[in-house]
Write a protein that binds this ligand. Structure first.
Ligand SMILES: *[C@@H]1O[C@H](CO)[C@@H](O)[C@H](O)[C@H]1NC(C)=O
Ligand SMILES: *[C@@H]1O[C@H](CO)[C@@H](O)[C@H](O)[C@H]1NC(C)=O
Length: 444
């Protein structure tokens, strides 16, 4: 009893000592670009944009110590572009927004002025059906979108300031801990997305909606959409894609679950969360990467003679994307590896499931190559999804010692096949010991 109380106490102390300060420290100073249309130049085809350096000092609550404590704002940044952001969701405090020291890769951040407006999409329109805009909207609004330096975070927030100060409150935020997802074929895929809304905001009482869209090379379609106000899913033709509705309500988990990854799922997914008059969205790229299955033929290779020419084929199938290189290797009986080049590539074929297959041929001219008495011929297929290798055995008979017989002997070989086989089998069985004997002699 006493010990368990002590234990609890110790844990509590640990929590106080560790978690709280860490929480305070964890929120970074985020460097951003403040991007807006240049005022007074409307009407053009492309509005001119201005881009200014900006900073966000992030805190979790008004009381918590923020990132700015004890730090002077850097020179060269217009003080009106320095914001103090309170983000109770803490999504702006992700470790992905700190680039490791010395890293060239930086998190990306852009802030824009945001204009609240009713949404036209079917599943979000009911949120503003009453047509009344709350006074709450009459404030200055900004949106910020951020990408972690390591593709591990995509984040979008909508922020508000009532008093035309630079103190912003995050009202809505959507984030994904993986902006880039790579998956093999046939497995379930989670496209991760979490959203948070300020519960004290009058907008959050009016309901929310969530939508996932798919985009690839200029075409797009709706995957799934949910109107939480009327608890209704929009009708779509998409199969095998699901939202966990109860998780959506309980934890703001808006992750999209694809039951079984297929080639056709490759593309960009956009998760949009709507509050009345507000929206925030994150994009996630899904890449399907499936390495090939490979086979080599003939296997084993027919017993060969020096001077003969052989063709070996390597067939790779079921891979995606179309990015494959072949290499050939020969591994001799003594283990030495000899590269044999890249072979000749066939055209590719695409199966109905979208995966590719491709072949490669290697011509082995045993008259030119010194492959001893044979070994393993290996096909190596190099693909972004992984390297695959497979081998076939090559036996060369009629080789004396390490070098190929001279051409006169080759003529003799051609003349008498029966004699050759006799000779060869004799040599094959004894040549090993001859080698050892001669080596020993040399050594002495
Ligand atoms: C959100 O839901 C997905 C799919 O159900 C799950 O894999 C993920 O762990 C959940 N994320 C959180 C933070 O609960
Ligand atoms: C040749 O000698 C090595 C050791 O020196 C031995 O391992 C090998 O079995 C020998 N080979 C034959 C064919 O006798």
């Amino acid at each position: 009893m006493a010990s368990s109380t002590l234990y609890t106490l110790a844990l509590a102390l640990l929590a106080v000592n560790y978690i709280l300060p860490v929480y305070g420290i964890r929120c970074p100073i985020v460097e951003c670009w403040f991007v807006q249309e240049k005022p007074g130049r409307g009407g053009g085809f492309q509005a001119a944009m201005s881009q200014d350096k900006s900073l966000m000092y992030v805190r979790i609550s008004p009381d918590s110590t923020g990132a700015e404590s004890g730090q002077k704002p850097p020179a060269g940044i217009d003080p009106t572009r320095i914001y103090h952001v309170i983000d109770p969701s803490a999504s702006l405090c992700s470790s992905s927004l700190y680039s490791p020291e010395g890293s060239v890769k930086k998190p990306q951040c852009e802030i824009n002025p945001f204009l609240p407006q009713p949404s036209n999409v079917k599943w979000a329109a009911p949120l503003t059906r009453s047509g009344q805009s709350p006074i709450y909207l009459e404030a200055e609004w900004f949106s910020a979108s951020l990408k972690g330096f390591d593709e591990h975070l995509a984040l979008s927030t909508v922020m508000r300031t009532a008093k035309a100060t630079n103190d912003l409150n995050v009202i809505l935020s959507v984030s994904s801990t993986s902006a880039l997802v790579r998956s093999r074929l046939g497995v379930p895929v989670v496209l991760n997305s979490l959203f948070w809304m300020e519960s004290s905001s009058p907008l959050s009482e009016l309901g929310f909606a969530v939508e996932w869209r798919y985009q690839f090379r200029g075409t797009g379609r709706l995957i799934v959409a949910y109107d939480a106000k009327s608890d209704r899913l929009a009708e779509t033709s998409e199969e095998g894609a699901e939202l966990d509705i109860s998780a959506l309500h309980q934890t703001g988990n808006a992750s999209l679950l694809l039951e079984e990854a297929q080639v056709k799922h490759t593309g960009t997914y956009i998760c949009t969360v709507y509050l009345p008059y507000l929206l925030a969205q994150v994009t996630i790229d899904l890449e399907i990467v499936e390495p090939p299955s490979i086979s080599i033929s003939p296997s084993p290779l027919p017993v060969s003679f020096p001077g003969q020419t052989l063709t070996v084929q390597c067939e790779a199938s079921g891979f995606f994307p179309l990015s494959l290189e072949f290499q050939w290797e020969f591994v001799g009986a003594d283990g030495t590896v000899q590269p044999l080049g890249e072979g000749g590539m066939s055209g590719h074929r695409q199966a109905s499931d979208g995966t590719f297959s491709q072949s490669n041929w290697l011509t082995l001219d045993l008259g030119k190559l010194d492959l001893g008495r044979g070994g393993e011929v290996t096909c190596v297929a190099v693909h972004p999804g992984g390297t695959r290798r497979t081998s076939t055995t090559l036996n060369i008979i009629g080789v004396r010692g390490p070098s190929i017989e001279d051409s006169m002997a080759m003529v003799a070989v051609a003349l008498g096949l029966y004699g050759l086989i006799k000779l060869c089998s004799w040599m094959f069985s004894t040549s090993g010991s001859i080698d050892n004997d001669s080596k020993e002699k040399k050594d002495k």
